[in-house]
Design a protein. Structure first.
Length: 260
């Protein structure tokens, strides 16, 4: 009876120790095992046994982690105040470094991503933030990947999500865009006028080489005017035609008159 009373707690303690020594790791998990406080090895996935008291472990998730960077207040190179948020995709490639070289690698990566985002975007103008996001994403990713390499972390991608601008700045940008469109319209109109003037000069030179070309153009203009449904048509007569008619009329008189 005494043996049973004293052996029952011992058996329970042994069972609990054995139960705590059995660990099951999923396919995407790894265990960083420490023996007497010193790094021993990385184990997993599957079933593993730990020596109670002598060995401990830290679980590490090897899947890609999606980390959202909260909106960051920054000032662009052209002194525009904006709020920018982004998302970072990274994963642990070396569990030993992720546990030993940095405390709470997720928090460390998040803080580094926030400071890097502000630092990189602060070196560019607002137009670049809006139009060259792929380029900026690549720069931020390269910096993060280089600095987190010592932590056993691989940064796969960085995406800038939103660039929020103050309402007054939005109106200023709209006015600037409208002014730019008007400038382009005026340039196009001026270029068209210049080309048209060149063509008119060429046409005038060609018609000046032969007087019959001018007469044909005059007749063509009269034909176009005659097609309009107007009650009265006023058109000029060529000077040489008027002089010819005048000379004929004067020849029938007593004394011919000369035109000056």
């Amino acid at each position: 009876m005494n043996f049973t009373v004293f052996s029952l707690p011992i058996l329970i303690a042994i069972a609990l120790a054995l139960f705590s020594a059995i660990k099951i790791l999923r396919e995407y998990e790894r265990a960083v095992v420490f023996q007497l406080g010193r790094f021993w090895k990385v184990k997993g996935p599957g079933l593993m046994l730990l020596i109670p008291v002598l060995q401990t472990m830290e679980r590490v998730d090897m899947r890609t982690i999606v980390m959202d960077i909260p909106p960051q207040d920054l000032i662009s190179r052209d002194n525009v105040s904006v709020k920018v948020n982004a998302v970072v995709y990274f994963r642990v490639v070396d569990p030993q470094k992720a546990i030993i070289n940095v405390e709470r690698y997720y928090d460390a990566t998040s803080q580094l991503a926030q400071t890097t985002l502000r630092s990189v975007l602060g070196q560019h103008d607002l137009d670049e933030m809006l139009a060259e996001r792929d380029k900026l994403n690549g720069q931020i990713r390269a910096i993060l990947d280089e600095q987190t390499d010592a932590w056993g972390i691989k940064v796969a991608n960085v995406e800038i999500k939103d660039v929020d601008i103050d309402e007054t700045m939005v109106r200023a940008i709209a006015r600037q865009a409208e002014a730019e469109r008007q400038r382009r319209a005026k340039i196009i109109h001026a270029e068209g006028e210049s080309q048209a003037a060149e063509k008119l000069v060429e046409a005038a030179k060609l018609m000046g080489q032969d007087s019959r070309a001018i007469q044909l153009r005059y007749l063509s203009t009269l034909t176009e005017i005659a097609g309009d449904k107007t009650s009265t048509i006023v058109f000029p007569l060529p000077i040489d035609l008027i002089e010819s008619l005048t000379n004929k009329l004067l020849d029938g008189g007593t004394e011919p008159r000369r035109t000056p």
